[in-house]
Design a protein around this ligand. Structure first.
Ligand code: NAP
Length: 254
């Protein structure tokens, strides 16, 4: 039995680990190749695009994949649509493993944006010193904001075009609440921008912003393909697989 995990997330790595431990299931994780030194998942790994939905469907057939799990980041919208289409074409069962979005709590001052461009439009009215945590891609949306200063945190260095007044901070989560508090204070940040990525690893910035009374621009998630069964936890994905691959022995998901 061969399972392909579309990866690039903590949940994808956890699922690969659960499936690789003590089973004879062949597990391949696919990475887009965006990060120079990714954390390596258990099992086999392939890197790079497939060539659209058609390329993925071909790959599924050629590698005799029995089940496909889309465990990409909630903002990897193109890959999720390609997965839905390829699964239909290649007649392979598909599950989406997607962590829930964040929910505001009392004291939060959130401003929703439909895109990075809309986030950029909101910023001048909210602050002057921006902590931008949306990753190194898409910074072109902020290039015209010459009056604002940006602290851009990303795993790899941002590539031009970037905002004219910018400091890059290369780091990857998980982040701590103390660390985020200190960072906001040290850089005199007065507004935070984030995608609604969800999950615990990068949530402390939201708590730190709330404590400091700072506004947060939250970029909404892109649409997801309809009709794809979705779970939030790697363990639930293991259970789905056990149902789908009924000859396969269900491992103890802990
Ligand atoms: P995207 O816009 O949805 O996808 C663009 C193209 O990248 C896809 O059409 C596909 O190329 C290729 N691709 C994406 N994910 C792939 C994967 N897991 N394996 C092989 N090819 C993949 O994706 P993205 O937002 O650029 O994200 C790329 C990767 O980074 C994803 O794996 C995602 O999980 C991870 N990531 C993304 C974010 C984010 O904020 N977007 C954050 C953290 C991690 P082909 O059409 O040629 O197949």
């Amino acid at each position: 039995m061969h399972v392909l995990i579309l990866g690039g997330t903590t949940e994808a790595r956890r699922l690969a680990e659960l499936l690789s431990a003590g089973t004879d299931l062949k597990v391949t994780t696919s990475l887009a190749g965006r990060v120079a030194a990714p954390r390596t998942p258990s099992g086999e790994v392939r890197v790079g695009g497939f060539g659209g939905a058609e390329g993925l469907a071909r790959w599924l057939r050629e590698h005799e994949v029995d089940a496909l799990i889309d465990a990409t980041h909630p903002f990897a919208g193109t890959m999720s649509f390609n997965a839905a289409q390829a699964a239909v074409t290649a007649h392979v069962p598909l599950l989406a493993l997607r962590r829930p979005g964040w929910v505001p709590v009392q004291g939060d001052d959130w401003h929703e944006a439909a895109s990075l461009e809309q986030a950029a439009e909101l910023l001048p009215a909210l602050g002057r010193r921006v902590f931008l945590t949306t990753g190194r891609m898409g910074l072109a949306a902020f290039v015209d904001l010459a009056d604002l200063w940006f602290l851009v945190r990303s795993v790899d260095a941002p590539e031009p075009p970037t905002p004219p007044r910018m400091e890059a901070l290369l780091d990857r989560g998980p982040f701590t609440l103390d660390g985020e508090r200190d960072l906001l204070r040290r850089h005199r940040v007065d507004v935070v921008v984030t995608k609604d990525s969800g999950g615990a690893a990068t949530a402390p910035k939201l708590t730190a912003a709330r404590e400091a009374g700072l506004p947060v621009v939250v970029v909404r998630r892109p649409p997801v393909p309809e009709g794809v069964p979705t779970v939030a936890e790697p363990k639930s994905a293991v259970r789905w697989l056990a149902d789908v691959l009924d000859q396969w022995t269900f491992p103890d998901a802990g």
